[in-house]
Design a binder for this molecule. Structure first.
Ligand code: UT7
Length: 352
C-alpha cells in the first residue's frame, strides 16, 4: 500500500508590494487598524495584463517540478484550487497546463472551489489517487489573484485589506517508506452560512438566499435577460463580502476541532506536532489556535504579515517557506489546517 509524500514544493509571489499605507489612498483605513486586527503589514499584487492566477500557479509549479527532480511531462494529473480563476469557465487548471506546456500526456485537470481550504481538500483528493496506485505524480496548486476583484472603496474595506496574491504548488508522489507520507486528512463543510463569506454575482441565484430578492436580478425565464446588470455592478455584488465576526468566531472553534480529529485518528497528540501551518486567515486566529494546541512559537509558521491572506495559496506558500528555511525536515510531523468560505474546513497530518 502506498502513502503520499510531498516530493517537491514551490511558491510564487508577485514582486509588487502593497503596504497598508498604500491602501489609505483608496479607503478610510490605517496601518494601525490593519495590523492590530489582522497582523498584516503588506501583501503582493500581481502585474495587471501580465500575470494571472494560472500563470502564477505555473511559476510555482515549475519550482515544485524542478525540486521533485521530475520533468513536466511526468505529471499525470493536475489539481488547481482557487476562488479567483482567470475565467468563469474553463477552470484555471487547463490554462496552467497550457502555460506549462504539459500536453503530451493530456494529463487530467481538476479545478476545485473550496476557497481557503482548497489546498487541504486538494491534498486529500490527490492522496486517494496516489494511495490507490492511480497516479505517480500529481501536481497540486493553490493560486489566487485577489487584487483584480476587490472593492477599493470604504464599502469593501473589511475584505480588501486582508487579501493578497500568490501561488504555491506541490508534486505528490507515492512512497513506501514506513515513516513518511500523508497520515490522515479530514474534510468538512456546512453550507448554512454560505453567503456570509461570498461573492454572489455573477451567478444563477437570482437573489435567492441573499436577502436581495427584490433587487432586479435577470429573469431566467425571459430570453435575453442578461446575466450581469449595471445595478449589480453599482451595488458591488461583483465583490467579495464577509461577515468577518461570524467567520472569525466559527474559525476559532473549527480549527482546533478538526486538528484534534486528525490527531486522534493518527493516535497522536498536539505535543507530537513539529510544525503547524495554519491557513493564513488572520494572525489573531492563528495565535488563538496555537494557544489552544499549546504549541511554542517555533512550531508554528505564519507569514500573513508579509503576504496577507492568499486563500488557497496560503498553506502551500507558508509550507514552502518553512521548508526553505529548514524548519520542516525529513521525519517531522507537519499539521495543516484551514477554514473559510462555504463554510468549508479541513486538516492534514503529514510525516515529512
Ligand atoms: O480566509 C478566509 C476567512 N476569513 C477570515 O478568517 C477572516 C475572519 N475575520 C476577521 O479577520 C475580522 O473579522 C476582520 C479583520 C475582517 C475585521 O475585524 P473585526 O475586528 O471583526 O472588525 P469589524 O468587522 O467588527 O469592524 C469593526 C469596525 C467597524 O467600524 P464601527 O462599525 O465599529 O464604527 C468597521 O466599519 O472597524 C471598521 N472597519 C475598518 N476600519 C478601518 C472595517 N474594516 C476596516 C478597515 N480599516 N479596513
Amino acid at each position: 500500500m502506498y502513502k503520499t509524500k510531498i516530493a517537491g514544493i514551490g511558491k510564487y509571489l508577485p514582486e509588487n508590494i502593497v503596504r497598508n499605507e498604500d491602501l489609505m489612498k483608496y479607503m478610510d483605513t490605517s496601518d494601525e487598524w490593519i495590523q492590530e486586527r489582522t497582523g498584516i503589514q503588506e501583501r503582493r499584487y500581481a502585474k495587471k495584463h501580465k500575470e494571472t492566477t494560472a500563470t502564477m500557479g505555473a511559476r510555482a509549479a515549475e519550482v515544485a517540478i524542478q525540486r521533485a527532480g521530475i520533468d513536466k511531462e511526468d505529471v499525470d494529473f493536475i489539481i488547481f484550487a482557487t476562488l479567483s480563476p482567470d475565467y468563469y469557465f474553463p477552470g484555471s487548471g487547463v490554462l496552467m497546463q497550457r502555460e506549462l506546456g504539459i500536453t503530451h500526456k493530456e494529463a487530467g485537470c481538476l479545478d476545485i472551489r473550496n476557497q481557503c481550504s482548497g489546498f487541504v481538500y486538494g491534498l486529500s483528493i490527490a492522496d486517494q489517487f496516489i494511495r490507490n496506485g492511480v497516479y505517480k505524480n500529481v501536481l497540486l496548486v493553490g493560486a489566487e489573484m485577489h487584487s483584480m476583484g476587490l472593492d477599493f472603496t470604504n464599502r469593501g474595506r473589511n475584505v480588501t485589506v486582508i487579501f493578497g496574491d500568490g501561488a504555491g504548488a506541490v508534486i505528490l508522489q507515492p512512497t513506501t517508506e514506513p515513516d513518511q507520507g500523508v497520515l490522515t486528512t479530514h474534510l468538512h463543510a456546512d453550507g448554512t452560512h454560505a453567503e456570509e463569506l461570498s461573492m454572489i454575482s455573477p451567478g444563477a441565484h437570482g437573489g435567492k438566499h441573499t436577502g436581495l430578492e427584490g433587487f432586479g436580478f435577470p429573469d431566467p425565464s425571459v430570453p435575453g435577460d442578461v446575466f450581469v446588470t449595471q445595478k449589480m455592478v453599482d451595488d458591488g455584488l461583483m465583490f467579495p463580502n464577509m461577515n468577518g465576526q461570524l467567520v472569525f468566531k466559527t474559525a476559532v472553534v473549527k480549527f482546533p476541532e478538526v486538528i484534534h480529529e486528525a490527531l486522534t485518528k493518527a493516535g497522536l497528540s498536539s505535543e507530537d506536532i513539529d510544525m503547524f501551518i495554519p491557513h493564513q486567515a488572520n494572525l489573531r486566529i492563528s495565535n488563538f489556535v496555537q494557544k489552544k494546541l499549546n504549541l511554542p512559537d517555533e512550531k508554528v509558521y505564519n507569514n500573513i504579515q508579509r503576504y496577507g491572506n492568499t486563500t488557497a495559496a496560503s498553506i502551500p506558500i507558508a509550507l514552502c517557506e518553512a521548508w526553505e528555511e529548514g524548519r520542516v525536515k525529513r521525519g517531522d510531523l507537519v499539521c495543516l489546517a484551514a477554514f473559510g468560505a462555504g463554510f468549508t474546513w479541513g486538516s492534514a497530518l503529514i510525516r515529512w
